[in-house]
Design a protein around this ligand. Structure first.
Ligand code: HEC
Ligand code: HEC
Length: 342
């Protein structure tokens, strides 16, 4: 009799423990929600920074069981939430911790805003793209996937696989972690997917994946030398080629905009065209030109500066190219990345 009671009591104690998440689970859930593996957490792009809701309903203070929460995450929800997979997205333990953290938050008083609203001048296809949920993670113009596609020579079949079988797509075989899940054909019927592809490849256009970085300054004989790398990270034989590329390096400005404060002592790598006005920063800028950069190709330049501001680094540089133009007719442009901490 006493033994039976003890067993029953132990049984309930164990159950209570299984259902009440510990402080460490809440902490882990919070960290995953705020950003895991050093990347943005994408749930909050739709459900709000604090789970207060936005594009999708609030999750803060939800009363779903762990099993119910998990089921939604694995199956996807509504027309716009993809199914997130345990191997490539978040595993069961991580999702449970997120569920526990969100349940511990107070219910929000007010639902948040869409992270990416439909732009005021949106075309019908852009509106469809934002409302299909893609725009909450990929912002208003699909900028990054268009670079990926331009680098791989991605076509409609590639696009389709990326959307319906994202986590098992051949290009992700070696990815340790993916932030996007899989959409079903019920959520995004192929007729909609074709419209999204038109928006992606024609209205916006595939982009060349150009990357550029500049080094910290190194003391040279007569000044300070910076090294600039410009590369096309596309797959050789598959990706797009950029043509008529301009590398713009804004120089430190004096109080009087015409005052020459920084002097270019020397350059290497070829293609230096002198100092020109940069409309983006409204300052004088040293420019280099590259006629053509194919997939897998890389160019390296150095520039040696002296005078005031020579050691201040060259922030806010850009790379632009004439061809291929974007679907909008604009020139494509990327920022030159500078060493962290500047
Ligand atoms: C692209 C937008 C989007 C993203 C990203 C997203 N969701 Fe959702 N989620 C939705 C939509 C839409 C619903 C259906 C309810 C609604 O219409 O708001 C939903 C529903 C849910 C529900 C069910 C809520 C309930 O009360 O029934 C849970 C749980 C959930 N999402 C968790 C997550 C988690 C966890 C992540 C990240 C791994 C995530 N969602 C990412 C759009 C999104
Ligand atoms: C939860 C955020 C999220 C949503 C919603 C989302 N994506 Fe993605 N998508 C990503 C991320 C992040 C990547 C990069 C690979 C990864 O980490 O999964 C990606 C990759 C892609 C790629 C492959 C190209 C690349 O750069 O890797 C395509 C194509 C794509 N998404 C299309 C779509 C379409 C179409 C929709 C809407 C139906 C959509 N995505 C919705 C986050 C999202």
């Amino acid at each position: 009799m006493t033994r039976a009671i003890v067993v029953v009591v132990l049984f309930f104690a164990a159950q209570a423990q299984a259902q009440t998440p510990g402080a460490s689970d809440l902490q882990a859930g919070k960290e995953i929600w705020q950003g895991y593996f050093g990347l943005q957490n994408d749930c909050k792009l739709c459900h709000g920074e604090q789970g207060q809701g936005g594009f999708a309903k609030p999750l803060a203070g939800h009363q779903l069981s762990t099993a119910e929460f998990l089921r939604v995450v694995r199956q996807g929800a509504g027309k716009t939430m993809p199914a997130f997979m345990p191997d490539k997205n978040l595993n069961d333990q991580q999702v449970s911790q997120v569920a526990a953290y969100l349940a511990s938050l107070p219910k929000p008083a007010e639902r948040g805003m869409w992270r990416t609203p439909v732009p005021p001048l949106a075309t019908p296809r852009q509106k469809l793209y934002v409302e299909s949920g893609c725009g909450q993670c990929h912002a208003a113009t699909f900028a990054n996937p268009r670079r990926t596609a331009g680098g791989l020579g991605g076509d409609y079949e590639w696009f389709k696989t990326e959307v319906y079988q994202h986590t098992t797509a051949p290009d992700h075989a070696n990815s340790r972690h993916l932030r996007m899940g899989n959409f079903s054909r019920e959520q995004v019927p192929e007729s909609v997917l074709q419209e999204l592809w038109q928006f992606f490849s024609v209205e916006q256009g595939l982009r060349v994946p150009i990357n550029a970085d500049i080094s910290n300054g190194v003391l040279a004989g007569n000044g300070i030398t910076y090294t600039i790398n410009v590369s096309n990270t596309g797959r050789p034989g598959k990706g797009l080629t950029a043509e008529y590329i301009t590398v713009t390096l804004p120089l430190m400005r004096g109080r009087d905009p015409e005052e020459v404060t920084t002097v270019v002592e020397a350059t290497t790598g070829g293609g230096y065209t002198g100092i020109h006005r940069d409309p983006i920063t409204n300052s004088n800028a040293a420019e280099f030109e590259i006629p053509k950069l194919g997939p897998g190709e890389k160019r390296t330049f150095t520039i040696t500066l002296s005078g005031i501001g020579a050691n201040a680094g060259i922030p806010r540089g850009t790379v632009q190219w004439e061809k291929p133009r974007m679907g909008t007719g604009d020139r494509d442009l990327i920022a030159i990345s500078v060493p962290p901490g500047r």
